[in-house]
Write a protein that binds this ligand. Structure first.
Ligand code: TZP
Ligand code: MG
Length: 239
């Protein structure tokens, strides 16, 4: 698999209401962002499923896809979707997912909402338990915070690993210690799996994170204010 450079995270808790989150999602996708995670720490599974289905519906809408010059829509095929400008995505093949939607924490909700993957942390179901639930075709990501966790996650069937927080962040409750760019470099040396860096990543520091060895940057805060414009800038900076 090849990860797109920008991995946008929509954290429901960051939006005053769901409509704003859906609008942000559409802005992100309009920018050319092709990997979006839905994160909701409220613990309300019904609300999560409703919102996830609505996200999927909005981002799969044929008119919306056509606006991006694309045909077809998510299937189970494991084909890479490089982050490129929408124009370049005209080449998208039928059957290749235009946008990948990843569910944070919950394998059950991933299946129920027909998302394309799950991202789990150190206190969620183990990677192999999630794999049993989601099967081989959906993407599985695992968060790590230190070399030991990277080594362990590297031995699992995870499709990609995340390392962080790279910089200070206010988007996560009780964040693990900051790993810095050195932590990204160390992680890069410890796994050949695609590597996502997360935590405090902005348009100003994103290039340094990629230079340290990350394949992709996962971002919450620096996409909130003007999602489309900000995502376009990330994609331009990281091209
Ligand atoms: N895991 C480690 S840091 C973080 C998560 C979910 C939050 C990242 O958010 P931001 O606002 O981009 O720092
Ligand atoms: Mg989690």
């Amino acid at each position: 698999m090849i990860l797109p450079r920008l991995y946008a995270i929509l954290d429901a808790g960051c939006f005053p209401n769901a409509e704003d989150m859906f609008a942000a999602a559409e802005g992100l996708v309009a920018s050319g962002c092709t990997l979006v995670q839905y994160r909701n720490k409220s613990g309300n599974a019904r609300v999560m499923l409703e919102q996830a289905r609505e996200l999927k519906r909005r981002l799969s809408h044929p008119h919306f896809s056509q606006n991006r010059g694309e045909v077809g829509h998510p299937a189970s095929e494991k084909i890479e979707s490089q982050n490129s400008h929408p124009v370049a995505q005209n080449a998208t093949r039928v059957g290749q997912p235009a946008i990948r939607l990843i569910m944070n924490d919950r394998a059950d909700l991933c299946l129920a909402a027909e998302f394309d993957g799950v991202h789990v942390g150190q206190e969620d179901l183990s990677p192999e338990s999630v794999r049993k639930i989601i099967g081989l075709d959906r993407w599985l990501g695992v968060s790590t915070h230190n070399p030991e966790q990277i080594g362990e996650a590297d031995l699992t069937s995870a499709d990609y690993l995340a390392i962080g927080p790279v910089f200070p962040t206010s988007s996560k409750e009780k964040p693990d210690p900051i790993v810095g760019l050195e932590g990204v470099r160390r992680a890069r040396a410890l796994t050949r799996k695609p590597l996502v860096a997360i935590g405090g990543i902005t348009r100003s520091n994103a290039a340094s994170v990629i230079a340290a060895g990350a394949d992709s940057v996962a971002v919450i805060s620096d996409l909130l204010r003007e999602p489309r414009k900000s995502a376009e800038e990330f994609l331009r900076i990281l091209r």
